[in-house]
Design a protein around this ligand. Sequence first.
Ligand SMILES: *Cc1c(COP(=O)(O)O)cnc(C)c1O
Length: 386
Amino acid sequence: MVETTPSPFTPEVRARFQANAEKASRDFRSDVVTVPTEDMMKAVLEASVNDDIYDEEGDPSVKALEQRLVELTGMEAALWAVSGTQGNQICLRTHLTQPPHGVVLDHRAHVHCWESGALPVISQASTTTVKPKNGVHLTLEDIKPHIIPYGNIHFPPTRVVSLENTLYGTVLPLADAQAISSYVRGLPVAEGQQPVRMHLDGARVFDGVAAEGSDLRAYAACFDSISVCLAKGIGAPMGSVVLGSGAFVARARWFRKMLGGGTRQPGMMAAAALAALEHSLPRLPAVHGMTRAAAVELEALGYRFSLPPQTNMILLDLDAVGIPPAAFVEYCAREKIAVFPMARLVFHHQTSEAAVRALVSALTKLMQDKKKGVALEDKKIGGGYS
Ligand SMILES: *Cc1c(COP(=O)(O)O)cnc(C)c1O
């Protein structure tokens, strides 16, 4: 007789999963809102539970995830981290050994604007912010004049150039990353100094590479360190992975511990993240297609975008069409669609076609009312990233 193991997914558990996924399907605030699938939960049940700090061989599930990222990127070594912020700050701290030193980055960069001011606190670094001339992404021409060479005591020498792909859903193309990288790596190195390092905040690098149709390994080759988020579009419950050379990762491990990222049984979360990666990576092009199709409809309704919709995000420019953020949130809420007042619409693997219909219908009504001169709610509202 064949013994069958009872499924851990009782009808009650399944119903709860479906309800969670249904809620996520209508949530356009971010791609962090995805919820675990049954496959991810199965992976959790099958995960190893070693102590990732004490056990000398580490944790097999964590190692399997790290190894998968090494394979995908062609980087030498990988390290599991708790969050994207932690991943970025570990990388930057590992590169930035002794002030005075500075980081050149986009003026909108997450590591500069959205990480609670961690960079000057943790790495004692100055920043040089750069505005891309093309209004979308940095190029070598933007970066060049901002590199501070070692030598003049008035200025903190540039030690890291930190790029971001995607940034507000826009792609930093491979050709630009390559041009910046070869310029930076070709800079003269003063005696006793390290070469200037290239870091990538690759929170959504899978989206960037999928949208451009570029090669992830060629992309990764431009950088000395990369931090990749697994809890964004990939859909893991938590976690990021830091990538670099073997020596870099060995040193980064100290900073992960120092920043509270040495965890005991992270195998369960790493296993969920690996299952999420295998599930979501092949689905990114479909998510981007859905985003572009919605953008075409919204543009036809008269909406404008503050940045081009290139991956899984639409950034509406509500100001340009005179629609107050409060009305935008309210009209979407009437259709049971969750949005932030900043009017960034984010699509993910659990976004449903029905939700996109509801979103477009809410925004159709909003634009019609605006054109009719209906008084729109204009109170100041907060929430999320406002
Ligand atoms: C989300 C994000 C991060 C990391 O954020 P956490 O919430 O700390 O995981 C880093 N960079 C970018 C561009 C992001 O979007």
